[in-house]
Design a protein around this ligand. Structure first.
Ligand SMILES: NC(=O)C1=CN([C@@H]2O[C@H](COP(=O)(O)OP(=O)(O)OC[C@H]3O[C@@H](n4cnc5c(N)ncnc54)[C@H](OP(=O)(O)O)[C@@H]3O)[C@@H](O)[C@H]2O)C=CC1
Ligand SMILES: Nc1nc(=O)c2c([nH]1)NC[C@@H]1CN(c3ccc(C(=O)N[C@@H](CCC(=O)O)C(=O)O)cc3)C=[N+]21
Length: 283
Protein backbone atom coordinates (compact mmCIF):
# COMPACT_ATOMS: atom_id res chain seq x y z
CA UNK A 1 0.00 0.00 0.00
CA UNK A 2 1.38 3.35 -0.93
CA UNK A 3 0.69 6.72 0.64
CA UNK A 4 -1.54 8.91 -1.48
CA UNK A 5 -0.16 12.36 -0.70
CA UNK A 6 -3.25 14.50 -0.12
CA UNK A 7 -2.47 17.94 -1.56
CA UNK A 8 -5.99 19.08 -0.96
CA UNK A 9 -5.78 18.40 2.76
CA UNK A 10 -2.24 19.77 3.16
CA UNK A 11 -3.11 22.91 1.19
CA UNK A 12 -6.17 23.53 3.33
CA UNK A 13 -4.07 23.12 6.49
CA UNK A 14 -1.73 25.81 5.12
CA UNK A 15 -4.64 28.07 4.18
CA UNK A 16 -6.05 27.65 7.68
CA UNK A 17 -2.71 28.73 9.20
CA UNK A 18 -2.55 31.73 6.86
CA UNK A 19 -6.12 32.72 7.67
CA UNK A 20 -5.20 32.87 11.35
CA UNK A 21 -2.06 34.90 10.57
CA UNK A 22 -3.95 37.36 8.35
CA UNK A 23 -6.57 37.86 11.06
CA UNK A 24 -3.81 38.64 13.54
CA UNK A 25 -2.17 41.08 11.12
CA UNK A 26 -5.47 42.85 10.52
CA UNK A 27 -5.81 43.44 14.25
CA UNK A 28 -2.37 45.06 14.09
CA UNK A 29 -3.51 47.25 11.19
CA UNK A 30 -1.70 45.36 8.43
CA UNK A 31 -3.72 44.33 5.38
CA UNK A 32 -2.73 41.94 2.57
CA UNK A 33 -3.65 42.62 -1.07
CA UNK A 34 -2.95 40.67 -4.28
CA UNK A 35 -3.43 42.07 -7.79
CA UNK A 36 -4.13 39.39 -10.41
CA UNK A 37 -3.87 40.37 -14.08
CA UNK A 38 -5.30 38.20 -16.84
CA UNK A 39 -4.93 39.19 -20.49
CA UNK A 40 -7.45 37.52 -22.80
CA UNK A 41 -9.95 34.90 -21.74
CA UNK A 42 -8.34 31.51 -22.08
CA UNK A 43 -10.80 29.24 -20.21
CA UNK A 44 -8.09 27.26 -18.34
CA UNK A 45 -6.50 30.53 -17.15
CA UNK A 46 -9.90 31.78 -16.02
CA UNK A 47 -10.35 28.66 -13.86
CA UNK A 48 -6.97 29.22 -12.17
CA UNK A 49 -7.57 32.94 -11.70
CA UNK A 50 -10.93 32.18 -10.12
CA UNK A 51 -9.35 29.63 -7.77
CA UNK A 52 -6.84 32.28 -6.71
CA UNK A 53 -9.61 34.80 -6.01
CA UNK A 54 -11.52 32.23 -3.96
CA UNK A 55 -8.43 31.36 -1.92
CA UNK A 56 -7.81 35.07 -1.23
CA UNK A 57 -11.40 35.56 -0.08
CA UNK A 58 -11.18 32.54 2.23
CA UNK A 59 -7.95 33.66 3.89
CA UNK A 60 -8.93 37.32 4.17
CA UNK A 61 -6.56 38.62 1.52
CA UNK A 62 -8.00 41.40 -0.65
CA UNK A 63 -7.81 40.54 -4.35
CA UNK A 64 -7.92 43.01 -7.20
CA UNK A 65 -8.75 41.40 -10.55
CA UNK A 66 -7.66 43.06 -13.79
CA UNK A 67 -9.28 41.30 -16.74
CA UNK A 68 -7.76 42.88 -19.81
CA UNK A 69 -8.89 42.22 -23.40
CA UNK A 70 -6.81 40.03 -25.71
CA UNK A 71 -5.84 43.12 -27.79
CA UNK A 72 -4.19 44.89 -24.84
CA UNK A 73 -0.80 46.22 -25.91
CA UNK A 74 2.47 45.51 -24.17
CA UNK A 75 2.72 49.21 -23.25
CA UNK A 76 -0.73 49.22 -21.65
CA UNK A 77 0.11 46.18 -19.55
CA UNK A 78 3.49 47.63 -18.52
CA UNK A 79 1.74 50.88 -17.52
CA UNK A 80 -0.66 48.92 -15.28
CA UNK A 81 2.23 46.99 -13.69
CA UNK A 82 4.06 50.27 -13.08
CA UNK A 83 1.02 51.74 -11.38
CA UNK A 84 0.60 48.64 -9.17
CA UNK A 85 4.33 48.63 -8.33
CA UNK A 86 3.93 52.16 -6.96
CA UNK A 87 0.67 51.47 -5.09
CA UNK A 88 1.56 50.92 -1.42
CA UNK A 89 -1.73 49.14 -0.81
CA UNK A 90 -0.83 46.33 -3.23
CA UNK A 91 1.53 43.70 -1.79
CA UNK A 92 1.63 41.11 -4.58
CA UNK A 93 1.33 41.27 -8.38
CA UNK A 94 0.66 38.25 -10.58
CA UNK A 95 0.30 38.21 -14.36
CA UNK A 96 -1.37 34.95 -15.35
CA UNK A 97 0.71 33.04 -17.92
CA UNK A 98 0.71 32.42 -20.80
CA UNK A 99 0.15 35.95 -22.11
CA UNK A 100 -1.06 36.38 -25.74
CA UNK A 101 1.54 35.74 -28.44
CA UNK A 102 1.95 39.43 -29.35
CA UNK A 103 3.30 40.19 -25.87
CA UNK A 104 6.82 39.86 -24.50
CA UNK A 105 6.57 37.59 -21.44
CA UNK A 106 10.15 38.18 -20.32
CA UNK A 107 9.75 41.95 -20.27
CA UNK A 108 6.49 41.63 -18.31
CA UNK A 109 8.07 39.40 -15.66
CA UNK A 110 10.99 41.80 -15.30
CA UNK A 111 8.66 44.79 -14.94
CA UNK A 112 7.14 43.46 -11.70
CA UNK A 113 8.89 44.84 -8.64
CA UNK A 114 10.87 41.99 -6.97
CA UNK A 115 9.28 43.09 -3.66
CA UNK A 116 5.85 42.19 -5.10
CA UNK A 117 6.92 39.21 -7.22
CA UNK A 118 4.75 36.61 -5.45
CA UNK A 119 5.17 34.18 -8.40
CA UNK A 120 8.95 34.20 -7.87
CA UNK A 121 9.57 34.51 -11.62
CA UNK A 122 11.67 37.74 -11.64
CA UNK A 123 15.39 37.18 -12.35
CA UNK A 124 16.21 38.75 -8.96
CA UNK A 125 13.99 36.20 -7.20
CA UNK A 126 15.54 33.38 -9.23
CA UNK A 127 19.05 34.61 -8.39
CA UNK A 128 18.19 34.86 -4.70
CA UNK A 129 16.96 31.26 -4.70
CA UNK A 130 20.21 30.18 -6.26
CA UNK A 131 22.47 32.01 -3.79
CA UNK A 132 20.29 31.34 -0.74
CA UNK A 133 19.28 34.95 -0.15
CA UNK A 134 15.73 35.87 0.88
CA UNK A 135 13.32 36.19 -2.02
CA UNK A 136 10.10 34.73 -3.37
CA UNK A 137 10.18 31.12 -4.53
CA UNK A 138 8.11 29.83 -7.44
CA UNK A 139 4.87 28.49 -5.93
CA UNK A 140 4.66 25.02 -7.51
CA UNK A 141 8.13 23.80 -6.45
CA UNK A 142 7.75 25.49 -3.04
CA UNK A 143 4.45 23.63 -2.65
CA UNK A 144 6.11 20.32 -3.48
CA UNK A 145 8.70 20.83 -0.72
CA UNK A 146 5.80 21.44 1.71
CA UNK A 147 4.03 18.29 0.49
CA UNK A 148 7.13 16.23 1.20
CA UNK A 149 7.88 17.80 4.56
CA UNK A 150 4.32 17.63 5.81
CA UNK A 151 4.11 13.98 4.73
CA UNK A 152 7.20 13.17 6.82
CA UNK A 153 9.35 12.41 3.76
CA UNK A 154 12.96 13.50 4.20
CA UNK A 155 14.95 14.88 1.28
CA UNK A 156 18.39 14.94 2.91
CA UNK A 157 20.83 12.68 1.05
CA UNK A 158 18.12 11.29 -1.25
CA UNK A 159 18.60 10.75 -4.97
CA UNK A 160 16.18 13.25 -6.51
CA UNK A 161 15.40 13.20 -10.23
CA UNK A 162 13.53 16.14 -11.73
CA UNK A 163 12.24 15.59 -15.26
CA UNK A 164 11.62 18.96 -16.94
CA UNK A 165 13.75 22.14 -16.81
CA UNK A 166 11.30 25.00 -17.23
CA UNK A 167 11.94 28.27 -15.40
CA UNK A 168 8.73 27.97 -13.41
CA UNK A 169 8.86 24.30 -12.36
CA UNK A 170 11.89 22.14 -13.19
CA UNK A 171 14.78 24.53 -12.50
CA UNK A 172 13.49 26.02 -9.21
CA UNK A 173 12.45 22.51 -8.12
CA UNK A 174 15.99 21.25 -8.58
CA UNK A 175 17.37 24.26 -6.68
CA UNK A 176 15.01 23.70 -3.73
CA UNK A 177 15.78 19.98 -3.51
CA UNK A 178 19.48 20.88 -3.52
CA UNK A 179 18.87 23.39 -0.71
CA UNK A 180 17.29 20.51 1.26
CA UNK A 181 20.48 18.47 0.72
CA UNK A 182 19.12 16.14 -1.94
CA UNK A 183 21.43 14.78 -4.65
CA UNK A 184 19.76 16.24 -7.69
CA UNK A 185 19.65 15.17 -11.34
CA UNK A 186 17.77 17.28 -13.91
CA UNK A 187 16.47 15.54 -17.05
CA UNK A 188 15.03 17.03 -20.23
CA UNK A 189 14.27 16.15 -23.83
CA UNK A 190 17.96 15.57 -24.67
CA UNK A 191 18.58 13.21 -21.74
CA UNK A 192 19.93 9.81 -22.77
CA UNK A 193 18.49 6.73 -21.03
CA UNK A 194 15.76 8.69 -19.25
CA UNK A 195 14.19 5.50 -17.93
CA UNK A 196 17.41 4.28 -16.30
CA UNK A 197 18.00 7.67 -14.67
CA UNK A 198 14.45 7.74 -13.31
CA UNK A 199 14.82 4.21 -11.96
CA UNK A 200 17.58 5.45 -9.66
CA UNK A 201 15.36 8.09 -8.04
CA UNK A 202 14.31 7.96 -4.41
CA UNK A 203 12.20 11.03 -5.22
CA UNK A 204 10.98 11.46 -8.79
CA UNK A 205 9.40 14.76 -9.89
CA UNK A 206 7.57 14.49 -13.23
CA UNK A 207 7.08 17.86 -14.96
CA UNK A 208 7.22 17.40 -18.72
CA UNK A 209 3.64 18.10 -19.80
CA UNK A 210 2.94 14.69 -21.43
CA UNK A 211 -0.19 12.86 -20.22
CA UNK A 212 0.50 9.54 -18.40
CA UNK A 213 4.06 9.40 -19.80
CA UNK A 214 5.59 7.74 -16.73
CA UNK A 215 4.49 4.15 -16.10
CA UNK A 216 5.76 1.55 -13.61
CA UNK A 217 8.88 0.86 -15.69
CA UNK A 218 10.27 4.32 -14.77
CA UNK A 219 10.08 3.96 -11.00
CA UNK A 220 12.08 2.09 -8.40
CA UNK A 221 10.26 0.01 -5.77
CA UNK A 222 9.40 2.24 -2.82
CA UNK A 223 10.20 5.54 -4.54
CA UNK A 224 8.29 8.78 -3.89
CA UNK A 225 6.60 10.14 -7.02
CA UNK A 226 5.49 13.76 -7.44
CA UNK A 227 3.30 14.45 -10.47
CA UNK A 228 3.27 18.09 -11.59
CA UNK A 229 1.57 17.60 -14.97
CA UNK A 230 -2.00 18.73 -15.57
CA UNK A 231 -3.97 17.61 -18.60
CA UNK A 232 -7.65 17.74 -19.33
CA UNK A 233 -9.13 15.12 -21.67
CA UNK A 234 -12.18 15.39 -23.93
CA UNK A 235 -14.53 14.50 -21.05
CA UNK A 236 -12.96 17.26 -18.94
CA UNK A 237 -11.26 14.68 -16.72
CA UNK A 238 -7.85 15.63 -15.33
CA UNK A 239 -4.70 13.51 -15.39
CA UNK A 240 -1.00 14.06 -14.80
CA UNK A 241 2.32 13.15 -16.42
CA UNK A 242 2.29 9.91 -14.39
CA UNK A 243 0.05 6.92 -15.07
CA UNK A 244 -1.19 6.79 -11.48
CA UNK A 245 -2.93 3.40 -11.63
CA UNK A 246 0.14 1.66 -13.05
CA UNK A 247 2.61 3.30 -10.66
CA UNK A 248 0.76 3.56 -7.34
CA UNK A 249 1.30 -0.01 -6.06
CA UNK A 250 5.03 0.05 -6.70
CA UNK A 251 5.90 3.24 -4.82
CA UNK A 252 5.90 4.32 -1.17
CA UNK A 253 4.10 7.61 -1.83
CA UNK A 254 2.56 9.41 -4.80
CA UNK A 255 0.60 12.59 -5.52
CA UNK A 256 -2.70 12.28 -7.43
CA UNK A 257 -3.97 14.63 -10.17
CA UNK A 258 -6.21 16.40 -9.31
CA UNK A 259 -5.71 16.91 -5.59
CA UNK A 260 -1.92 16.75 -5.44
CA UNK A 261 0.47 19.49 -6.52
CA UNK A 262 -2.14 21.85 -8.04
CA UNK A 263 -3.85 22.98 -4.83
CA UNK A 264 -0.42 23.50 -3.23
CA UNK A 265 0.53 26.03 -5.93
CA UNK A 266 -2.32 28.27 -4.80
CA UNK A 267 -1.61 27.77 -1.10
CA UNK A 268 2.00 28.85 -1.64
CA UNK A 269 0.89 31.88 -3.65
CA UNK A 270 -1.20 32.91 -0.64
CA UNK A 271 1.82 32.30 1.59
CA UNK A 272 3.97 34.54 -0.63
CA UNK A 273 1.34 37.32 -0.47
CA UNK A 274 1.39 37.27 3.33
CA UNK A 275 5.20 37.20 3.22
CA UNK A 276 5.18 40.24 0.88
CA UNK A 277 2.92 42.18 3.27
CA UNK A 278 5.14 41.26 6.24
CA UNK A 279 8.25 42.49 4.43
CA UNK A 280 6.61 45.69 3.21
CA UNK A 281 5.68 46.41 6.82
CA UNK A 282 9.22 45.60 8.04
CA UNK A 283 8.15 42.54 10.03
N1 LIG B 1 0.32 21.75 -10.77
C1 LIG B 1 0.67 22.98 -11.02
O1 LIG B 1 0.46 23.85 -10.22
C2 LIG B 1 1.37 23.30 -12.29
C3 LIG B 1 1.36 22.36 -13.30
N2 LIG B 1 2.03 22.58 -14.46
C4 LIG B 1 2.03 21.48 -15.44
O2 LIG B 1 3.30 20.84 -15.40
C5 LIG B 1 3.68 20.41 -16.69
C6 LIG B 1 5.02 21.02 -17.04
O3 LIG B 1 4.90 22.42 -17.09
P1 LIG B 1 6.10 23.40 -17.53
O4 LIG B 1 7.28 23.12 -16.69
O5 LIG B 1 5.52 24.75 -17.56
O6 LIG B 1 6.32 22.83 -19.01
P2 LIG B 1 7.29 23.26 -20.21
O7 LIG B 1 6.60 22.80 -21.43
O8 LIG B 1 7.73 24.66 -20.06
O9 LIG B 1 8.57 22.33 -19.98
C7 LIG B 1 8.55 20.95 -20.18
C8 LIG B 1 9.92 20.39 -19.87
O10 LIG B 1 9.86 18.97 -20.03
C9 LIG B 1 10.89 18.54 -20.90
N3 LIG B 1 10.38 17.42 -21.69
C10 LIG B 1 9.35 17.42 -22.57
N4 LIG B 1 9.18 16.19 -23.09
C11 LIG B 1 10.12 15.40 -22.54
C12 LIG B 1 10.46 14.03 -22.68
N5 LIG B 1 9.76 13.23 -23.49
N6 LIG B 1 11.48 13.55 -21.95
C13 LIG B 1 12.18 14.34 -21.12
N7 LIG B 1 11.90 15.66 -20.94
C14 LIG B 1 10.88 16.17 -21.64
C15 LIG B 1 11.24 19.72 -21.77
O11 LIG B 1 12.58 19.58 -22.19
P3 LIG B 1 13.38 20.68 -23.08
O12 LIG B 1 13.74 21.76 -22.11
O13 LIG B 1 14.57 19.93 -23.56
O14 LIG B 1 12.44 21.10 -24.14
C16 LIG B 1 11.04 20.89 -20.80
O15 LIG B 1 12.19 21.13 -20.04
C17 LIG B 1 2.52 20.79 -17.60
O16 LIG B 1 1.66 19.69 -17.72
C18 LIG B 1 1.84 21.92 -16.86
O17 LIG B 1 0.47 22.02 -17.17
C19 LIG B 1 2.75 23.73 -14.64
C20 LIG B 1 2.78 24.71 -13.68
C21 LIG B 1 2.05 24.57 -12.45
N1 LIG C 1 1.64 33.67 -13.36
C1 LIG C 1 1.26 32.40 -13.23
N2 LIG C 1 1.44 31.78 -12.05
C2 LIG C 1 1.06 30.48 -11.88
O1 LIG C 1 1.22 29.90 -10.78
C3 LIG C 1 0.46 29.79 -12.99
C4 LIG C 1 0.31 30.49 -14.20
N3 LIG C 1 0.73 31.78 -14.30
N4 LIG C 1 -0.22 29.87 -15.29
C5 LIG C 1 -0.72 28.51 -15.22
C6 LIG C 1 -0.03 27.67 -14.15
C7 LIG C 1 -0.83 26.46 -13.69
N5 LIG C 1 -1.16 26.71 -12.31
C8 LIG C 1 -2.03 25.93 -11.53
C9 LIG C 1 -2.60 26.40 -10.38
C10 LIG C 1 -3.54 25.63 -9.69
C11 LIG C 1 -3.91 24.39 -10.12
C12 LIG C 1 -4.96 23.62 -9.38
O2 LIG C 1 -5.58 24.11 -8.46
N6 LIG C 1 -5.23 22.37 -9.77
C13 LIG C 1 -6.27 21.53 -9.20
C14 LIG C 1 -7.40 21.28 -10.21
C15 LIG C 1 -8.04 22.52 -10.73
C16 LIG C 1 -8.93 22.23 -11.93
O3 LIG C 1 -10.04 21.68 -11.72
O4 LIG C 1 -8.51 22.51 -13.06
C17 LIG C 1 -5.69 20.17 -8.85
O5 LIG C 1 -4.68 19.76 -9.45
O6 LIG C 1 -6.27 19.50 -7.99
C18 LIG C 1 -3.32 23.90 -11.26
C19 LIG C 1 -2.38 24.65 -11.95
C20 LIG C 1 -0.65 27.91 -11.93
N7 LIG C 1 0.04 28.47 -12.91
Amino acid sequence: MSLRIDGKKISSDIKEELKEQVKQLKEEGVSVCLAVIQVGNDPASSVYVNNKKKACAYIGIESQAYELPEETTQEELLALIDRLNKDDHVNGILVQLPVPAHMDEKEIIQAISPAKDVDGFHPQSVGALSTGEPGFVSCTPAGIIQLLKRSGISIDGKDCVVVGRSNIVGKPMAMLLLRENGTVTICHSHTKNLKEVCQRADILVAAIGKPKFFDESYVKDGAVVIDVGIHRNAENKLCGDVDYDKVADKVSAITPVPGGVGPMTIAMLMNNCVEAALRMNNR
